[in-house]
Structure formats: structure tokens, C-alpha cells
Ligand binder design. Sequence first.
Ligand code: NAD
Length: 501
Amino acid sequence: MTDTDQDASPRTTTFTVHDPGTGEPLAEHPVDGPAEVARAMDRARSAATGWAALSAKRRRDHLLSWKRKLASSLDEVAESVAAETGKPRADAELEVVLTLEHLAWAARNAGRVLGRRGVRAGLLAANQRATVVHRPLGVVGVIGPWNYPVYTPMGSIGYALAAGNGVVFKPSERTPGTGVLLSRLFDAAVPEHAGLFCTVTGPASTGEALVRSGVDKVAFTGSPGTARKVMALCAGSLTPFLAECGGKDATVVTADADLDAAADAIVWGAMSNAGQTCAGVERVYAVREVHSALCDRIAERAAALHVGADPSTVYGPMTLPEQAGVVRRHVEGALAAGARALVGGSASLSGPYIAPVVLADVDEDAPAMTEETFGPTVVVNSVADVDEAVRRANDSPYALGAAVFCGDRRAGAALAARLRAGAVSVNSVLGFAAVPALPFGGSGDSGFGRIHGAEGLRAFTAPQSVTVQRFAPPVNLTSFTTTATARARAVALARWLHQRR
Ligand code: NAD
């Protein structure tokens, strides 16, 4: 919970957050249980009543105040992100900047997207004025991951608040300090609605307590395995659920692509944040004619990356020490099955800092091709043509993001349309992440539902449909006093019209 509440109730149980690079302890945080979560829920729910009653314009003004507060606290927020995740400070700053863009968009567009609008009433109800309005759900429970501890959960938090809800946020147990800081800055920027956005801290049990606390929707970001468990909990109370899970994103490179630009973007998309990006580049399918030239360019760039603990590093340690074991299993499994290591290999995998690994000719059934690796590795496989590239890219249990590199922009967009992915960028990687108006989310093991954009606002609302009768209908179809003759005439007229159109 927020600092004020933590002061009010001393706790006995805490957990320690460690620096991912050194393993040194960073801070202690309370393990919030059902009682603390219930208090956070109460605070958020009572604040949400007044928040929902505000005009969209007032909510926009408050959220823009919070955005300004976050912008002026950018150093503090980025410092917290960098300390808890181990990512370089510049990456943490970029994460906050992207979040500011999204928060501004959600604040400015919620009124337009969600406000009451008229719809055509149709022939049978021509005497009605029909409107629909998107109303807030109440309090949204947000459960977040550690890899982008500001940008990712704020895709739910900012949009849920803009839609008129309260929020209780359970950040990852790796990044609780950043979660607490976000709600503290909200209270400081919008004191008259303090408590609308509360943070609770702790491990899985805190997340479970949040799901059981009577929230009106759960917005979850994390692995598909955890999503299944949380969804099963939601099923008990029919609590709506949104799942943003992992990815195994593919990039398709055509024969006429700018190979230097493709290699540059692929290396960044695969290695930035030590590869711990849900929509990072994990698989590349290059057509045979350019495969070798692309491999050379990717290998040259990846081998030149500087990785380590000093400030000039391009990415940091694995945030989650256990993830290094997954990366090892994938790389060693691929090599044992005959893959070629173009850069790095088993020797890259010692300690929390993993050096870049570029593999080619990896068996399509190897875990490196079928499971999320979430490390600074990339596979570049050769395909006969774009049809095979599309088939292989789509042959995955995941369907989150994808990228296409193609000399002809229109052909690239046509190729994008053939990919099974929730978001595709042509001639860039992760181009969609910086566009707040674009919805983001996946299908299959990547989850379902959307954050960001108009869909991301509507995700935290329930539509209410209203008809207002303007005048009595010529034939009243909802009255027992209407004669059988009048009713039959109305049916005959409708039948005649529908047969013609
Ligand atoms: P995770 O599934 O281990 O944990 C996610 C969150 O769920 C954490 O806060 C955790 O404490 C909580 N949790 C765990 N068990 C729970 C339970 N039984 N009930 C309630 N809450 C529970 O995932 P992670 O390791 O934190 O994050 C990495 C994963 O997130 C990767 O798969 C990555 O691809 C994915 N991710 C997806 C997106 C996206 O937008 N699609 C964005 C970022 C990360």
C-alpha cells in the first residue's frame, strides 16, 4: 500500500529486493496479505466513486498533472527502474518517456472515445433515440511484470484511470519500489483524489489476494503459465480478465530489404534490455538470397556490443537470475541439434551478464524456436521464399508482435497483413510501441484483450446502451393491446423490405 497506510500498520513480514547485477540487497518491502489488499481496495473504491463522477475534462486535467509530476520526477523514476531491473539508466529514461506519451494520450482521448454517442436506431425502432456510453468498471486490479516496470503496467493503470476507474496495482516482487513510487507520485500530483491508485507489494500470494479482493477486472501482464492460474482464480467470481503474456516474435526479411537497416534494428530488437522484452525479436526468417549477407551484418553488430556493469554497457544483467538457465537450455539445445553459433555460444552464458548470442540454422522444433527465450539471443534462419517465412513465423503458440523488412513499403504492409500477430512493424522493430493510439496485445499463448489506444480505454469500461422513446410507434410491438392485424401488417412490411435489400 502507499506510504501513509504502511506507517499506520507496522508489519512483521517483509521481502528483500536485490540488485540484479551484484546480488546486493536494495530494499525491504512489506508482504501485503488479504487484509492489506482489502484496505487498499477500500481506499481505491471510495476514491473511485468521486473520480467516476467527475467530467472527462476534470479527469484529463488531473491525469495531466500526474504526467507533469512524473516528467519532473523522471530522474527519480528512472533511477528506481535502473536499480531494480539492472537496465542501463538511458533505457530506463526511455521507458519513462514512452510512458508519458501514453499517459498523455489516454488522458486527452478518454472523453472522446468513451463519451456518449448516438447510433442509428433502425427501422423497427425509428421512434427511439439510441445512444451508448462507456462507463467505468469500478476498481481494476493490475498485476505487473518486472521487465518494463513503468511502461508495461502503466498501459493498464493510465488507461484504467483515464476511463474513470480506481486501480490497485501489484507490481512484480522484483520491482516493488517502482510501483510504490508511481502511486506516491499520483497522490502528490492529485491530492484531492489520493488513494484512487494504490500499490500493494509482495509475491504471488499478494497477487492472488488482489484477484480475490472483489476487483471489477484484472489486467495481468506476465507469463502464460501465471496467466492461466490467475484466469482460473478469476473464473470463480466471473471477474473479467485481460492477459498480456509473452512472445516469440518473428522478423521476416525479403530479398530487396535494406540489409544494413534490418541488421541494425534486429540486433537492437533482440538484445536491448538483455532481450527481456515481450515483443523483442527472437526469430528471424530471411529469404535464401540474402540470408548469408544478413547474418554477416547481424553478427558484426552483435559482436561489437559492449556488455557489463560499467555505465557504457548497452544492456544490463538478467533481471531474473533463473532466466539465465532458460537461455542456457535454449542455446545449448540448439547447438546440440546442429545450429551454427555466429556470435557467442555456451561461453557467453556465465554470470548475470550474458554476452550476445546469434545462432543460424536452428532446428525449428528446438526450444530456442518454440519457447520464449527472453535473453540477448537471436536466431536467423534461411527460408526459400516469403511464403515459407510467413508459414514459419505463424507456426508458434505465441502471437504478439512481428516485424517485416522489405524494400517496397506497400509489399511490406501486405506481408504484415499475413502475419499472425497483434502488432507488426514494417522496416522497424517495435515501431508500434511508441504510438499510443495503437492497441497492443496478442493471441494464443500471448494472451488476449488489448491495452493502449481506444480499445485499451474501452477495455476498462462497460458499455451502457440507452434508448429514449421520442414518439409513440405507429405499431407498438411491445404491447398486448396491439391487434393481430396491425402486427401482421408490420411483419409483412418488414419481410417485404428485407427480401428486397
Ligand atoms: P510472471 O508470470 O512470473 O509474474 C507476473 C506477475 O504475476 C508478478 O507480479 C507475479 O508476482 C504475479 N503472480 C505470480 N503468480 C501469481 C498468482 N498465482 N496469482 C496472482 N499473481 C501472480 O511474469 P514475469 O516474470 O514477472 O514477467 C515476464 C513475462 O511477462 C514474460 O513472459 C514477458 O514476455 C511477459 N510480458 C508481457 C508483456 C506484454 O505486454 N505482452 C509485457 C511485459 C512482459
